[in-house]
Design a protein around this ligand. Structure first.
Ligand SMILES: Nc1nc2c(ncn2[C@@H]2O[C@H](COP(=O)(O)OP(=O)(O)OP(=O)(O)O)[C@@H](O)[C@H]2O)c(=O)[nH]1
Ligand SMILES: [Mg+2]
Length: 302
């Protein structure tokens, strides 16, 4: 049994991360066993989209609801994701586990404690200059995808120039120009995934961290913040470096004892936020956050 290639897919909202995952599944599911984890802030919308796409058995697609800060769950405290990845690996023995990050802005990348390699997705509809804006994902993800190239003529973007800018920002790391309507580009993407899978299996691939998260802003929090790594030793687990695979696994084991929010570190920003949401939980529909799409739907039904 070979360990699965854990492959992250990050990038701004709506650039086509779920669609790209569906393309990879469509191209490779015949010869490779694949599972998918999606991260959404409050919903399982992406998981439902992928199940509806019919590219994998529905039970191979699982959702993590990340709470307010989607970055945290793929970088600072990856426990919730890691537990779902490990469950899928135990159940299906997949060759590849794809992890989609919550769509956000240009700042978020995966921790190498969660994924072996990562794809960062931009799209031409986001503007031809985005590739020049930089950030850790654009500059140092294992692969940069410039997506929706078919839309170039409609949004006035010179796709060739955007791809050239992307290549210039990446110091020879690969860039693929992709459109779901262009089978040749989809074949290039699938070939890259196969290449990384083989590299992982032969021991030639080393997971690398694209770099620390840039300062960023969430509308609901109203302040700029960073995700600076804490000091080099963990106060909870003196010894393992915080964020290292060992420390993350250890935290996952600890959190299995937390009955209220398994997977979240007690006292962590996510756990505090989750508790605040619980406390605000609707009395009419226990378990649903007041004003959330699910609660509104439920209220409309009752
Ligand atoms: N024209 C065109 N549209 C695309 C392409 N890929 C994705 N889309 C469309 O772009 C929209 C967003 O795609 P998603 O795959 O949901 O994007 P996402 O990055 O997963 O979105 P979030 O998870 O919400 O951040 C959908 O309407 C897709 O159909 C493409 O290659 N060409
Ligand atoms: Mg998505």
């Amino acid at each position: 049994m070979s360990p699965a290639l854990r492959l992250g897919v990050a990038g701004p909202v709506g650039t086509g991360k779920s669609s790209l995952i569906a393309l990879i599944c469509g191209a490779l599911a015949g010869q490779r066993s694949i599972a998918v984890v999606t991260n959404d802030i409050y919903t399982d919308e992406d998981a439902r989209f992928l199940r509806a796409a019919g590219v994998l058995e529905p039970e191979r697609i699982r959702a993590v609801e990340t709470g307010a800060c989607p970055h945290t769950a793929i970088r600072d405290d990856v426990t919730a994701n890691l537990l779902v990845v490990e469950d899928l690996e135990a159940e299906f023995n997949p060759d590849i586990v794809l992890v989609e990050s919550g769509g956000d802005n240009l700042t978020a990348t995966f921790s190498p404690a969660l994924v072996d390699a990562q794809i960062f997705v931009l799209d031409v509809a986001g503007g031809g200059d985005v590739a020049r804006k930089g950030g850790p994902g654009i500059a140092r993800a294992d692969l940069l995808v410039v997506n929706k190239t078919d839309l170039g003529p409609y949004v006035g973007v010179d796709v060739a120039q955007m791809v050239a800018d992307a290549e210039a920002a990446r110091d020879s790391r690969p860039v693929i120009a992709l459109s779901k309507n262009d089978p040749a580009s989809v074949a290039k993407l699938a070939a890259w995934v196969e290449y990384v899978l083989q590299a992982k299996r032969s021991g030639a691939h080393t997971p690398t961290d694209p770099g620390p998260m840039a300062p960023h802003f969430h509308a609901e929090e109203g302040t700029w913040h960073t995700h600076d790594q804490p000091a080099t030793t963990s106060p909870r687990h003196p010894g393992p470096v915080p964020g290292s695979p060992d420390e993350v696994r250890q935290r996952g084991r600890d959190d299995a004892t937390s009955t209220r929010h398994p997977g979240l570190v007690p006292g962590s920003p996510d756990e505090v936020r989750q508790r605040e949401r619980d406390d605000a939980t609707s009395t009419r529909h226990p378990g649903l956050v007041p004003g959330s799409p699910d609660e509104v739907r439920q209220r409309e039904r009752t």
